[in-house]
Design a protein around this ligand. Structure first.
Ligand code: FE2
Length: 494
């Protein structure tokens, strides 16, 4: 669906679709914001904790929230610093907005979410609130046609952003000092603002990956870890239970609507590859004619591949007999030990070529969080300890993947490697609601717009995924033909 709106001098095109995911995240416009229904975040004292202890925890969490918002801003600021000034109005992905839109969007989102409803602040530049409110996601080849001249100057946008941050920071500080007087949903709203921004920090990296190196500031990263070739094998995972989702009542952890309600799933015995499919593995598929083998592709995937002329992963380039790889800041020889980043359609074809399949979401959970003794499931593949640099390539550690198996300390109880970090993992599970799903009242389309059978769940995380979104219940999703995501895969036999 297309909307074309004139908003005082700037052409604003918003395309509302539920057909492909997603370098954009939108709140409803300010007029539609409506809080009030309960949301996932709770400040429940843990069992055995006294009232004073609970109060101290609540104060600490509130303080942390503002610090986390400020840190999240540093992440999006860091991404925009990669862009040379003359490239700020470029459009690296044809289906997406120009970069300048996102400079305003990550701020306008916070403003539209919080200012009026949480703090009663009056808009100081309504035109920009609307201009930067909505991303675009066209379908059926309908590409945006705006020009750089349709957008305000960088200076105007930065002035808007500065004032917006000042006003919000002042209001947040004030509100967190007197929580009893503040909006009852403030904590949930701040969590949404933080994670929305961190998701953009990641999806902006996908976008800037497509920007030519000469338009970016930053040198090639040195290979941080010496590459060693590992040999993948299948690991048997016995029949057992996987707990998907997050408990709404007793967990003190934030979750998006699609993470609720927690529920158990029985998973039959299956076998899973202990390492991700590498560029080396995938090269064999290409050399075996995998892209020309009609029987490996669904009709839809075949047509997409033909229409787009896709003959290899989007991150690769062929130069005669040599393959090169497009890293964030330049081209290198194809790093054979890195996990291959491909679309869901390409991953599915590869698995079929081997007579295997992509895992289901529940199988991923079993391999990642289950234990051979069938005892309590883990919070992370490696155990209960929070995400740290030895456990995987995530939390903005790198702009690019590391070799598979380079973080053995992050392996799961079944010795399956890199399940969290180094690239999202495609599953064959269509993105859908869990039993007990309810939309967030202030953001009803966040997940529900994508429950259409055309999107697949991804689990795990990439080098650019923030630590807070590595929680077990977090679910990512994309349509099967979007080739820019930092997504890899592994296969199962079941
Ligand atoms: Fe957004």
């Amino acid at each position: 669906m297309f909307f074309l709106a004139e908003s005082i001098g700037f052409v604003f095109i918003s395309i509302d679709s539920n057909n492909s995911r997603r370098d954009y995240f939108n709140p409803l416009g300010p007029s539609a914001l409506k809080f009030g229904a309960s949301f996932a975040w709770n400040l429940h004292p843990r069992e055995g904790e006294n009232a004073m202890g609970a109060l101290a925890t609540a104060v600490r969490i509130r303080h942390d929230l503002h610090s986390r918002l400020i840190n999240a801003r540093a992440r999006t600021d860091e991404v925009f610093r990669v862009v040379r000034e003359e490239a700020m109005y470029d459009r690296p992905i044809p289906e997406r907005h120009r970069i300048i839109f996102y400079v305003g969007h990550v701020e306008a989102f916070d403003w539209n979410l919080l200012a009026q409803r949480a703090f009663g602040l009056r808009s100081f530049q309504r035109t920009f609130d609307h201009l930067f409110a909505f991303g675009i996601d066209p379908v059926d080849g309908g590409l945006p046609s705006d020009t750089p001249a349709d957008w305000p100057s960088r200076e105007e946008v930065e002035r808007y952003n500065r004032r917006l941050r000042e006003e919000l920071d002042h209001a947040i500080e004030h509100a967190l000092e007197r929580p009893e007087e503040g909006h009852p949903q403030l904590i949930s709203m701040l969590e949404v603002a933080i994670e929305h921004r961190l998701m953009h920090a990641e999806t902006l990296a996908y976008m800037l990956h497509r920007l030519p190196s000469g338009r970016k500031i930053g040198g090639l990263e040195k290979a941080a870890l010496k590459a060693h070739r590992v040999k993948s094998h299948l690991v048997e995972i016995p029949f057992g239970t996987a707990t998907l989702g997050l408990q709404r009542i007793h967990d003190d952890e934030f979750g998006w609507d699609n993470e609720f309600e927690a529920h158990e799933v029985q998973v039959n015995e299956f076998a899973i590859e202990n390492y991700n499919v590498t560029n080396h593995d995938f090269l064999r598929f290409i050399q075996a004619g995998g892209y020309e083998n009609r029987s490996l592709w669904s009709e839809e995937a075949w047509n997409w591949k033909a229409k787009e002329g896709i003959e290899h992963p989007m991150f690769w380039r062929r130069e005669g007999n040599l393959w090169t790889y497009r890293t964030m800041f330049g081209e290198i020889r194809l790093p054979l030990e890195w996990p291959v980043y491909v679309s869901h359609a390409e991953a599915t074809a590869y698995a079929k070529w081997l007579g295997r399949r992509l895992p289901t979401e529940a199988q991923f959970h079993r391999a990642a969080y289950g234990t051979p003794d069938g005892m309590r499931e883990r919070s992370y593949p490696w155990g209960e300890e929070g995400p740290g640099p030895t456990k995987g390539n995530f939390d903005f550690k790198s702009w690019d993947p590391s070799p598979v198996g380079a973080h053995p300390a992050g392996a799961s109880a079944f010795s399956v490697h890199d399940l969290v970090g180094n690239g999202w993992e495609w599953t064959r599970t269509e993105f859908a609601s869990f039993p007990g799903f309810t939309s967030m009242p202030f953001y009803p389309g966040y997940s529900a717009n994508f429950f259409d059978g055309k999107h697949y769940v991804m689990k795990g995380g990439s080098p650019r995924t923030a630590a807070c979104m590595l929680r077990r219940s977090f679910r990512n999703w994309f349509q099967p033909h979007y080739p820019y995501v930092y997504a890899t895969f592994r296969c199962v036999e079941d």
